[in-house]
Design a protein around this ligand. Sequence first.
Ligand code: HEC
Ligand code: HEC
Length: 241
Amino acid sequence: MVKPLGRIYTLMAGALIVISLGGCALKHATGNLVTGKKLFATNCASCHTLSHANSTGTVGPNLDDAFRQDRADGVKSTSIEGLVDYWIQWPNTQGVMPSMLLKGQDAQDVAAYVAAVAAEPGQDTGALAAAVAAKVSPTPAVGKTIFTGVGSCGSCHTLSAAATTGTVGPNLNSLKEACAAPASQKVRGSTLEKCLHTAITNPYAYIPPGYKSGIMPDTFSKTLSPSQIQALVAFLSSVTH
Ligand code: HEC
Ligand code: HEC
C-alpha cells in the first residue's frame, strides 16, 4: 500500500499553485535556528506544544504530534520547513490561527526551528538551550551558577569565588583594577557595572593588554537572556577586587 503523505501533500499542492502564481513562495531553507526559537517562544508557544521549546500551549495542534508521521515517512526537514513557513503565511482562513504572525526571514527562521526539532527525541543543547533561557533573578548567587554553568566562563577564566582555573582569558580576580584603567574606561564605561556589561556583551570593543580578539565568544547577548547577563554582572562586581 502506498502511504499518502496526507497534509504535506495537500498543502504542497496548494503551495505549488501559489508558487506558479506568485513567484517564490517557498524559498530555499536558510533559517537561523536560535532566532527561530526565540520567535517561536514569543509568537507560537502560547498556542502550540513543542517539546524542544518546552511549550505546552493547547489552542492549536501539538506540533510534535503533527509532524510525527511525516518524520516516520522520511519527509525531509526542508519539506517540513516549507510547510510550516507556508502555514504561517496562509493558515486556514476559517481557523483560529492568526495569519501573517510573522513575515519573510522571521517566518523562515521559525519554520526552520520547528522543522529541526518537531517530533525529534531529546532536548535542545548549546546555544539553542540558552536562546530563551528563563528569566532569572539577577542576584550574585544566580550569576555564579551561570558563570560555572551555561556561560561556561570558568573554562577560560580563573576566578577564586567560582573556584575556576581557566587560563585562556584574563584572570578575573582583579577586574576592578582592569576596569579602572583609563583606556578601558574610555571604551567600556566609567563604572564597574558598565565595564562588565560591555566586556560580556561586546568583548572585542576593548582588548586587555596581552590578549587578542576572536577568542571570547561575542554572542552572549544572544545566547544569554538580559537577566542572566545582569546576574553575571552582579556576581562579578561583588567578588572582584
Ligand atoms: C492564537 C493561537 C495560535 C498561535 C499564536 C499560533 N497558532 Fe498555529 N495553529 C493554531 C490552530 C488553532 C491551528 C489549527 C488550524 C486552525 O484552526 O487554524 C494551528 C495550526 C498550525 C499548524 C498546522 C499543524 C497541522 O496539524 O497541520 C502549524 C504548522 C502551526 N500552526 C504553526 C504555528 C507557528 C509556527 C506559529 C508561530 C509563528 C503559530 N502556529 C502560532 C493556533 C495558533
Ligand atoms: C573561549 C574562552 C572564553 C570564554 C568561554 C569566556 N571568555 Fe571572557 N575573555 C576571554 C578572552 C580571550 C578575553 C580577553 C580578550 C577579549 O576581551 O575579547 C576575555 C575577556 C573577558 C573580560 C574582560 C577582562 C579584563 O581584564 O578586562 C571579562 C569581564 C570576561 N571575559 C568575562 C567573561 C564571562 C562573564 C564569560 C561567560 C559568560 C566569559 N568571559 C567567557 C575568553 C573567554
